[in-house]
Write a protein that binds this ligand. Sequence first.
Ligand code: PGA
Length: 260
Amino acid sequence: MKTIIGNWKMNVGTRESVALVRGVLLALRGKKMLPEVVVCPSFMALGEVRKIIAHSHVFLGAQNVHFEDHGAFTGEISSRMLSEVGVTHVLLGHSERRNLFGETDEMVNKKLIHALAVGLVPILCVGEGQEARRPGGTEEAQKVVAGQLRGAFKGLHLRHKERILIAYEPVWAIGTGVAAKPADAVSMHVFIRSLVPDLLPGIKSSQFSILYGGSVDGANAYDFLREDEVDGLLVGGASVKLSEFTKVLQSAMDVIEARA
Ligand code: PGA
């Protein structure tokens, strides 16, 4: 299976989100070999987007969540509140949350535990920064990613039916127009895939997927998706441009069809 996630960030309001998701549904209409598609609008647009995707195969994701159920946390939103409005997936530990809003591995860990407790599918984002991007920096990058995964999974025991999506997003590739080379993404995915069972003993391979994110667009999506190691893509900027996102979705359908 291939998973395509659109992270709309703080880029589109409710009206545009509705138009965008209508376009996404249209792009998928009548197609048989569908990827798993998740759209993550702003909190404000969740309710309206949910109405449009009801009875479709598109899932609703949120971009963030708090780690408590309820309480005096002005401006925050809990997992329970999200699932109440039809959210099924939630982005956790996105580099923008980590770097701009001080989110730590410890917070990501608490969020992950809470999200799973109410049945949300977490999309855990990990990735090294610019400092690890130099010749010979692979080991450094792996160390950063391993640390983020170890922190996120601390004390976590996954139940049978629970599932986690891990998005490998090198920070230097996010929003820069410079994507990782598919071969480099693949080697990090291999590393992550080998590490996860150590961190979450008993986890089955069907319980986690590893996606790539960072300057994915209509032109490079196929090159990532055709790699067996790449279970899907997390798309930011290109996911709010319908023509680009449609190309990403089409690439996923082409790959799925070629394998059928
Ligand atoms: P980008 O963002 O596709 O614009 O690089 C990806 C992300 O932030 O998830």
